[in-house]
Design a protein around this ligand. Structure first.
Ligand code: SF4
Ligand code: SF4
Length: 446
C-alpha cells in the first residue's frame, strides 16, 4: 500500500456531502429522445455524418473529423434521426447536434465487436475509435493523452480515483462495482504502451475503494494504490501527479513533460471494455444530488439523455430549483434549461434550492491574502481579479492567468467572496482574443 501525506500547496477542506456513497448504480434505461452534441471534447468539433430520417444503431458513428485532436461521437441508442441542427449544449449556447427518436430496442451496430491490434499505433487508433475523452471533466481526447509529443516519454500512468468535489460519488461507486475492469485496463495500457508503473490515487475518505483496489492488485508490484488526503482539489491533474509521484509539472507544461499520463478510473475501464467488446463510449455514470432532488441517486445514463429525464427518474424536485449544475459545486457549469443533455464528461447533475444556491454578496477585497495562501497553483488570485476587471492584459500575463485551473478554492476561502474564477475566465478570454488579433495582424502584415 502506498500512503502519501505529501501536502498540497493550498487547497480547501470543503464539506463532502456525499449522500449517495451507499447508492449502488442504477441503470436508468433509454429516454424517448436523446440529443447528441458534436462538441464533447477539447479540440476540433465533429461533423455529423447522418441526416434526418436515417436509422441508427448503438455504437454507430454519428460524427467525426479528420483532425487529430478530436474524437468520434457515437449513437448511444437505436432509433431514427429526428433532427440535425443547432441545439442547447451544457457548455453554454447551441452547437450542432443530432436528435434521435429512440426505438427502445438498443440494437447494436455491426462495428460493435471484439477489437484486435498489431502494435502500439493500431492500439492508439482504436483508443480514438472508442470515442474516449477525459471522463473526469476536461474532455481531452484519450489517444492524444496516451501518445506523448516527440522528446517526451511516459514512465508512469496515474489513475485518478480521487473525487474531491462535494456531492459526487459516481467514480467511487464505479470503483466498487467495476474494479476488475479498471485493473484490466491498467494492465493493458502497461503492456501495450510499455508503461512500467501505475499509481491509483484514492482519497482517504473512501476506505472501501482503497481496500478493494489493494486486494485486486495485491499480486502486481507495478500497480500501487496511493491513499491521498481528502483535500480539494486533490483530483486536479497537476495536484494528483505531485501527490502520487512527488513530481511537479511546471507552469505551462503538460503531464507528459514529467513522464506522466493521468486517466480517470472510467477511462481505463472503457479501454479494456472497448478492446473486449467493441462498444464505444455511449453511457456515463452520473451522480444526481443536491437538496432540491427528491431521491439522490447514482445512475447509468445513455449519453444524450436530457437533464429533464434524469431528474424525473430521481423523483423530480422537492421545490423549484434555484440552481442546476452539470458537475460539482466547485467547478460545475450552471444550466438554464433542463433540455441540455448528458455528454461524455458529465459526472453529476445537481439541483439546489434558494438556501443552498444563493451566492454570498461580493464585497471589497480586504487584502487578507487567504486566496494566495490557498491557491494550489501558487498564483496571486487577488491580482488576477483586479487585472481582469480592468482588462489589463499585461498584468494578466504577468500574474499567469492561463495557469489558473478554475478550481474555485480562492473564492471558497475568500471572506469578500470576490468572483475570482469568473475574472480568471474573463482574463483568459482577453489574452486569447489578443493573441488571435496579433496573429491576424501578423498575417496581414506578412
Ligand atoms: S481572499 Fe479575497 S479578500 Fe482576501 S486578499 Fe484574496 S481576494 Fe482579497
Ligand atoms: S481558481 Fe485559479 S486562482 Fe483560484 S485557487 Fe484555483 S487555480 Fe488559484
Amino acid at each position: 500500500m502506498g500512503l502519501t501525506m505529501r501536502k498540497l500547496a493550498g487547497g480547501a477542506r470543503v464539506p463532502h456531502r456525499k449522500w449517495t456513497s451507499e447508492a449502488a448504480i442504477v441503470k436508468m434505461g433509454v429516454p424517448a429522445r436523446v440529443i447528441i452534441p458534436m462538441v464533447q471534447h477539447i479540440g476540433a468539433p465533429c461533423e455529423p455524418i447522418v441526416k434526418k430520417g436515417d436509422t441508427v444503431l448503438v455504437g454507430q458513428i454519428l460524427g467525426d473529423t479528420g483532425q487529430y485532436v478530436s474524437a468520434p461521437i457515437h449513437s448511444s441508442v437505436s432509433g431514427t434521426v429526428a433532427n440535425v441542427g443547432q441545439m442547447l449544449y451544457p457548455g453554454g449556447g447551441r452547437v450542432t447536434s443530432v436528435e434521435i427518436a429512440t426505438d427502445g430496442l438498443q440494437r447494436p451496430h455491426e462495428s460493435v465487436r471484439p477489437q484486435t491490434y498489431a502494435d502500439k499505433k493500431d492500439f492508439l487508433g482504436l483508443v480514438r475509435a472508442s470515442g474516449l475523452v477525459g471522463l473526469g471533466g476536461a474532455g481531452f481526447p484519450g489517444h492524444v493523452k496516451l501518445n506523448p509529443p516527440p522528446g517526451a516519454s511516459i514512465d508512469c500512468l496515474i489513475v485518478n480515483g480521487a473525487e474531491c468535489e462535494p456531492y459526487i460519488t459516481s467514480d467511487y461507486r464505479f470503483i466498487l462495482e467495476n474494479a476488475r475492469s479498471i485493473v484490466s485496463g491498467i494492465k493493458l495500457l502497461q503492456s501495450v504502451l510499455g508503461i512500467p508503473k501505475t499509481y491509483v490515487g484514492i482519497e482517504d475518505n473512501k476506505p472501501a475503494a482503497i481496500k478493494l483496489m489493494e486486494e485486486m492488485t495485491a499480486d502486481d508490484r507495478n500497480i500501487e494504490i496511493v491513499t491521498l488526503r481528502s483535500l480539494y482539489p486533490q483530483g486536479a491533474e497537476k495536484m494528483l501527479i505531485y501527490s502520487c509521484t512527488g513530481r511537479r509539472v511546471p507552469p505551462g507544461k503538460l503531464p507528459a513533460d514529467v513522464g506522466a499520463v493521468v486517466m480517470n478510473v472510467n477511462s481505463v475501464s472503457l479501454i479494456a471494455e472497448f478492446m473486449e467488446t467493441g462498444m464505444p463510449l455511449v453511457k456515463k455514470i452520473v451522480t444526481v444530488s443536491g437538496n432540491a432532488v427528491k431521491k439522490p441517486m447514482n445512475l447509468e445514463v445513455v449519453i444524450g439523455t436530457p437533464l429533464r429525464d434524469v431528474f424525473a427518474f430521481c423523483g423530480g424536485f422537492t421545490t423549484t430549483p434555484e440552481k442546476i449544475l452539470m458537475g460539482g459545486p466547485m467547478m460545475g457549469i450552471a444550466q438554464f434549461s433542463l433540455d441540455v443533455p448528458v455528454i461524455k464528461n458529465t459526472n453529476a447533475a445537481l439541483a439546489f434550492d434558494v438556501k443552498d444556491a444563493k451566492p454570498a454578496p461580493e464585497t471589497g477585497c480586504i487584502r487578507c491574502g487567504k486566496c494566495v495562501d490557498n491557491c494550489p497553483m501558487q498564483l496571486l488570485p487577488l491580482f488576477i481579479n483586479s487585472a481582469a476587471v480592468k482588462g489589463d492584459a499585461e498584468r494578466l500575463k504577468r500574474f499567469h492567468v492561463m495557469d489558473c485551473i478554475e478550481c474555485g478554492t480562492c473564492v471558497y476561502n475568500c471572506p469578500a467572496k470576490r468572483r475570482i474564477v469568473q475574472s480568471a475566465r474573463l482574463g483568459k478570454d482577453i489574452l486569447r482574443n489578443l493573441a488571435a488579433a496579433e496573429k491576424k495582424g501578423g498575417r496581414a502584415n506578412a
